[in-house]
Design a protein around this ligand. Sequence first.
Ligand SMILES: [Zn+2]
Ligand SMILES: [Zn+2]
Length: 173
Amino acid sequence: MLIRFNEISPSGSHYEIRKIDGLDIPQECTVSGPVEARCTLTRKGEGKVELHGRLQLTLELVCDRCLCSYGKEVDIDLHLLFEVDAIDSWRVKDLEYKIPDLDTILLDEPELDLDDILRQQVHLALPMKKLCSETCKGICSRCGAHRNQVSCGCPETSTESPFDVLSRLKNKA
Ligand SMILES: [Zn+2]
Ligand SMILES: [Zn+2]
C-alpha cells in the first residue's frame, strides 16, 4: 500500500493491514495464519511522518539444525520516523540524530510503501539462527537420523578446535 504524505492527516491516519505482499521466501519463511497490523501515521511537518503501530503474525520457519519447519509468533511494536531526504534539511537532521528511541528512515519521495516497511520489520525480527527449540539436537552427521525423534546411538561428533587439527598436522609432518 503506497501512501503519499499529503494523504496523511496531521492528527493521525489509521491503517489496518491483513496481508503483507512479498513476505514469503520459499523454503525459508512463510506466513501461516492471520496477519494483523495496525499503524497510525501522523504528519510532523512538511517532509516528516511518524509511524506508531503493532504488527502480529505467525511465521513458519525452517530450523537450521534439523530442517523441520516450526511456527514462530512475531509481535513487533513499531515506532519509526520517516523523513524526506532533502538537501536543505541536513542541518535539522544533525540535531535530530540525538533522539535515541526513534528509528529514522530517509525517503527520496514524500511517500511510503507500508507493505515494504512491514516486510522489512518482519525480516529484522527474524532470528539470525533459526532453531525449532534451544535444545534441538539436529540431524546426526553420521547416520542422518532425526535426533529429536530417535536416539541413533552414534557417538557424539567430537568438537575439536582448529588448534587440535593443526597440531595433529604438524605431528604428521
Ligand atoms: Zn530443529
Ligand atoms: Zn546417528
